[in-house]
Design a protein around this ligand. Structure first.
Ligand code: URA
Length: 477
């Protein structure tokens, strides 16, 4: 019996080297015992078998087997090393074995690999960093319990996303420490080693509550995507039971909620503007903008919208924010940024210390562009032509409000504000001069934060977004 001692539970290199030698030496699977022995207690069971010269010692292993093996090694099954070697052994006489997907051994290992990939994917989605109190420079830690040993294979994702952030990820199997230059792996940890709470938690809760649409609640699908096993480490999970319980009442309320109509004053002013034929006259004040937007026919978007949504805020605000276009809820309410993106925007403003009521908030395009899908209205990005047509209103707002700083939220707003396409990620976080001594800035659109598929990127984008809003407020001050 040959006992193979591997250095760790995920020692793929060790398994591969041993498996290669065993197979070259003609050692059958039933004559091998695979064990994991950490370095410090490594014992010598004698040398691996020598390679007999008669075998020639050479064989090719298909790449897809190696990829499968590297993944399966992270599975928690104690049988994984032996099962992989059994498959490798069989490949000597069945070279096309990997292509026979109905073979029980191939199918079983493929399922194990899928479980590992799923665990890695969930880790990317559900790791939540918490700030460590009193650490300088700022350091974050996250506790996570993956169903398989996926920390090492998932680590490059976090390192790339958070290259400039010092962080550790603690799991029961291993620990990753990234100090912005090098990664170190250490032994497993306990949940109590990780910090319990911090300010980012409120963000996750607000974010989750604002994106939770009771009318679309599907408990089974939701728990499949966000399995209950992960809930205890997710700050927002504490909201789930209440949100589910109140979903039907909130849906009924949404159905009953009628669209608000433009104010009587705005309707009167609009009627007067169109009667006078003075629609193309430059608006003399923001009231005329409000009214004019309601009767605007500069593009076709008015046809499917409930109403035009003009900007709102302080008449002489030093800071102006420009979004893309009203969303579903803004279209009904007639006000900018009151839906899910607005909730997040408000929270970021608060975190950055920017009082929204002292700013002016508007959109590049004033009507909701959408297409119907069942009972839902799905947002569609406005074309460059629609942005150009609506710029007439944005220019009017700029002239009347005369802000010192204009922040474009996302790519469409940047196109409207700067008159040319701007890459958001590369342009954000800096003052970009506009004509008339106005400082321009570009940052993420709040909906981007709602859409980012993985939580890690979301947290980083959130930080950057808050920092950009704070910078804009300072510049305007
Ligand atoms: N998205 C925007 O760009 N503007 C809004 O007013 C709402 C959502």
């Amino acid at each position: 019996m040959q006992v193979i001692r591997l250095a760790s539970e995920t020692d793929f290199a060790g398994w591969r080297a041993a498996a290669r030698r065993l197979r070259r030496a003609g050692t059958p699977p039933e004559a091998v015992v695979w064990m994991v022995t950490p370095d410090e207690v490594l014992m010598d069971d004698g040398p691996l078998p020598a390679v007999p010269t008669s075998t020639g010692g050479h064989f090719a292993v298909p790449r897809d087997f190696l990829e499968l093996a590297e993944t399966v090694v992270c599975h928690r099954s104690p049988e994984r090393f032996a099962r992989l070697y059994r498959l490798l052994w069989r490949m000597a006489s069945e070279p096309n074995l990997m292509k026979i997907v109905t073979d029980p051994e191939v199918a079983g290992l493929t399922d194990m690999a899928k479980a590992v990939s799923r665990a890695s994917h969930k880790m990317k989605a559900f790791v939540r960093f918490r700030k460590l109190e009193g650490e300088t420079p700022e350091t974050y830690a996250a506790w996570f319990e993956p169903p398989h040993r996926v920390l090492e294979r998932t680590a490059p994702f976090f390192i790339e996303r958070f290259a400039n952030m010092r962080f550790s990820i603690l799991t029961p199997d291993a620990t990753l420490l990234w100090d912005t230059r090098a990664a170190r792996f250490g032994p497993g940890a306990r949940a109590s080693d990780a910090p319990a709470d911090d300010v980012l938690e409120d963000f996750w809760r607000t974010y989750y509550a604002s994106t939770f649409n009771p009318a679309r609640l599907k408990v089974a699908a939701m728990t499949r995507e966000m399995p209950r096993a992960y809930w205890r480490n997710l700050p927002e999970a504490s909201l789930i039971p209440d949100l589910i319980a109140s979903a039907s009442a909130r849906t009924a309320q949404m159905v009953e909620q009628a669209a608000t109509q433009p104010s009587a004053r705005a309707r009167k002013a609009a009627a007067k503007l169109s009667r006078d034929g003075s629609f193309d006259d430059v608006p003399r004040d923001l009231e005329e903008v409000v009214a004019g937007v309601q009767i605007c026919r500069r593009c076709d978007l008015w046809r499917d919208a409930t109403q035009g949504v003009p900007g709102e805020g302080a008449v002489r605000a030093a800071l102006m924010f420009v979004g893309e276009q009203p969303g579903d809820q803004e279209d009904l309410a007639g006000k900018p940024f009151v839906g899910p993106a607005g909730v997040l925007f408000n929270q970021a403003l608060e975190k950055a210390g920017v009082p929204r009521e002292r700013t002016y908030v508007t959109n590049a395009v004033k009507h909701f562009k959408h297409e119907p899908r069942g009972k839902r209205r799905i947002h569609q990005t406005p074309t460059a032509g629609e942005v150009r047509a609506c710029r007439w209103w944005l220019d009017a707002e700029r002239r009347l409000v005369r802000p010192r700083v204009i922040v474009a939220l996302g790519a469409t707003a940047a196109l409207a504000v700067f008159g040319k396409p701007m890459p958001v990620a590369a342009s954000r976080g800096q003052a970009l001069p506009l004509p008339d001594q106005v400082q321009g800035m570009v940052t993420y659109h709040p909906s981007y934060l709602l859409r980012v598929p993985d939580e890690a990127t979301k947290a980083q984008a959130w930080k950057a977004f808050v920092a950009d809003l704070g910078m804009a407020w300072k510049l305007a001050g």
